[in-house]
Structure formats: structure tokens, C-alpha cells
Unconditional design. Sequence first.
Length: 285
Amino acid sequence: MTDETTPESENASPNAEQGVAVEFNPELKNIIEAALLVAGQPLTIDKMLSLFRDDARPARDEIRAALVALGEDCAGRGVELMQIDNAWRFQSKQKYAEWLQRLSEERPVRYSRALLETLAIIAYRQPVTRGEIEDIRGVAVSSEIIKTLLGREWIRQIGTRDVPGRPALYGTTRGFLEHFNLKSLDTLPPLAELRDIEKIAAEMNFSLPMDGGPAVDASMQADADADADTDAESDLDSDEESGDDDASEDESADRHTRSADAADTGDESVNEAVSADPGATAEHL
């Protein structure tokens, strides 16, 4: 009897835990693909399983195998299957961002340096209190910054510190991972590899005004700089005109002094003439 080796199914995916191949129905891959496209948010495996009736629900390993196949199908395409925390989503590849940005008519949202520094401290030091953030930055943290980060759902209160006053503890959310395209917090760049914050902000289309100040559009900043230059030139012209006026006043004062001296000299000459000839009159003189 001849042993025949059955070729491995092309729809099989290795099970990392058991070391065996897991087969899945090709239709399952299509269902998962369609769900990911219309969901509008990352889907967990539990959420994908909820798409099926109890009597027709696939195994979790089958879902994982379908996800692996979908990820392989994205090779050479403009989209990719990305894992965010314990959920998955389809997204455009980063290298096509230059063209896709033109689809949006809205200008990129601009955030201050203080907000980005606060977010970075929470991401790397979580859980952390507002007071601890202020100790690290060396300045007070505005309530508006915390409110903005909470509103964007990038951070959330995850508890309170067991100290007097019980200050709130903040940590990042899945929304933070989604926005910054991170699979998990472990994929944050090591602190030793962090670059200058201005370069990072430029790559993310963020504007970094001075600490504590509102975000300023680049064109508005250029206009402000031009106005400052104009004011400086006006002040210089005013100083020059003021100097000219002072010089004119000094010259006028000198002329007045010389006239007064001449008058005094004339009076002395008349007095001397009268003394020499008492009969002489001013008219003769």
C-alpha cells in the first residue's frame, strides 16, 4: 500500500499554540473582510464572533486564520490590515498619505507644545496624576489641556492615587493607539530614540507655538513678524526725527544766545560813546 501525502490546504493557517494547521471556510474570510470595511472602528475577535448565530459560530482559531489570510491579501495593495491593541481594522498605507490628505478640505488640527508634552508624559509614565505631570514639566498644567485630551478620548481617568486629596490617575486609551497607529504601548519608541519634538510635530502636521500660548497659524505668525519689523522701522524713524528736532532746538538756542551777546555788546558800545561825548544822542550814534 502506497502512502500518499495530502497537500496542505491553501486555506490553512498555523496555530501558534498547538502547532497544527487550522482550516477555514473561504466565505468566512469574506464575511470578516466585509465587517471590517463597514464597521468604522477596529473589531475584536469577540465582536467578529457575535456576527454569527450560536449554531454556526466559527472557532476563534478560524477567525485568526481568516485575519492572517486577509493580511496576506493586502500585500501589494494600497490598504493593510492593522492590529490595534486586541482589535483589527483596515487602513490606508502610510506611504500614500501625501495624496490622501488632499481629500480632506479641513486644515490639520494644531496642538500646542504643552499639550503634546503632557500627552507624552501620560503615555510613558501612566498611571500618572496631574501633579506628577507638573513636577516633570516644571510648570502648571492647564485644565484646558486635560479637557482637550479627554475630549479627544486619548486619555481617561483610570483611578485615583491613594494619598490625601486622592488625585485622579490618567492613562491612555485605545483611541490613542488608533490615532497614532500603534499596535500597543510596547510599540512606542524607546525614550533613548526620541527625536526633537519640533521634528515629530512637523511630521504629524502639528504646530508648536510657545508654551502656554494658543496655536498660531504659520501665515498669521509671518504677518505678525512683518508688523513687528514695520513697528521697529517706525520707531527708528521716530528716533531719527526726534534727534533732528533736538538738534534744531539746540541750534536755535545757540543763535538766541549769540544774539543776546551781540545786544549786550552793542549796549556797552553806546554807553562808552555817550560817556566820551555827552552831547551825542542815540540818533547820531
